[in-house]
Design a protein around this ligand. Structure first.
Ligand code: ZN
Length: 279
């Protein structure tokens, strides 16, 4: 799963409660009982990630990387220092169905002037890089928070909500230091056929940008770079070991995706084929 080892214990408890809510609705989290022979639904709420602004006096202590949610089958092909997948299921990264449009909404009411243009450009960039289609459904006042995410798979995906908020309004930023610029949380749902085959797709995501941080709109270490980083999480990327990639946990001095970022994003996108979840 994704990777925020800087989460507060309170946030971890909330995450555990959210996963428990998934389980309570009839969904297992990831480790489903292997002996069950009938097909059954599976689902997973990611941990929220944290993107840090570099600070010469405050270096976030990042713990060693933990395992993924499932044992990778093709470990060599799935491992790279330059990109990392958030969630791996039966040897393949969990991703959106790239053959279906991804809808999104922006909450810019509390963001910087010009923020909407930055988000639209970032979404256009991720769409081009991954070969996916993104549809802007308009502005929203919905706060990007865990509560927005669905706890059961629905016939229609909820729009991705990307916006500026703060720790008072969103659990994703609650208790976070000012150096945390943004947090993303995703949820995926799928099916275990009971015969050793699992399939899943990312179905919803929220991106919370910390409105209390002052960044330039564009360029290095900007809102644009932050939005691109968070959209990488939305697509299914985790923080890689290579600190020069845009997906690094501490925002590097780059304005856009680097080679490793792009490689990982392509593997999550349209060129990797459609994702079909059996009914
Ligand atoms: Zn991140």
């Amino acid at each position: 799963m994704t990777d925020d080892y800087c989460m507060s214990s309170r946030a971890l408890r909330r995450a555990a409660l959210a996963v428990a809510a998934l389980a309570a609705t009839g969904l297992a989290t990831v480790a489903v009982a292997p002996a069950v022979s009938a097909a059954h639904p599976i689902g997973h709420l990611s941990e929220a990630d944290a993107l840090w602004l570099p600070n010469p006096t405050t270096v976030p202590a990042l713990a060693a990387t933990a395992g993924t949610t499932a044992t990778p089958v093709h470990t060599a092909a799935l491992t790279s220092s330059a990109y990392k997948f958030s969630s791996i299921l039966d040897g393949a990264p969990v991703r959106w169905n790239p053959c279906q449009a991804i809808h999104w909404r922006a909450n810019v009411a509390r963001g910087p002037v010009g923020g909407l243009d930055v988000l639209k450009a970032a979404v256009a960039h991720i769409a081009t890089t991954t070969g996916t289609t993104w549809v802007y459904d308009g502005a929203t006042l919905t706060v990007p928070s865990t509560a927005y995410l669905p706890t059961t798979p629905t016939n229609t995906n909820k729009p991705v909500v990307i916006g500026w908020t703060d720790g008072t309004a969103s659990d994703l930023l609650r208790g976070k230091p000012a150096q945390v610029l943004g947090m993303t949380r995703t949820v995926w749902f799928g099916v275990d056929d009971g015969m050793g085959h699992r399939a899943a797709a990312t179905r919803a995501a929220v991106v919370a940008l910390d409105r209390t941080d002052k960044l330039p709109l564009r360029g290095t270490q900007s809102w644009s770079a932050t939005a691109l980083h968070e959209l990488g999480h939305v697509m299914g990327l985790d923080h890689p070991a290579d600190t020069h990639q845009l997906m690094a946990a501490t925002l590097p001095n780059v304005a856009s995706y680097q080679t490793g970022d792009n490689t990982g994003l392509v593997r999550l996108g349209r060129s990797a084929g459609c994702v079909n979840i059996p009914a």
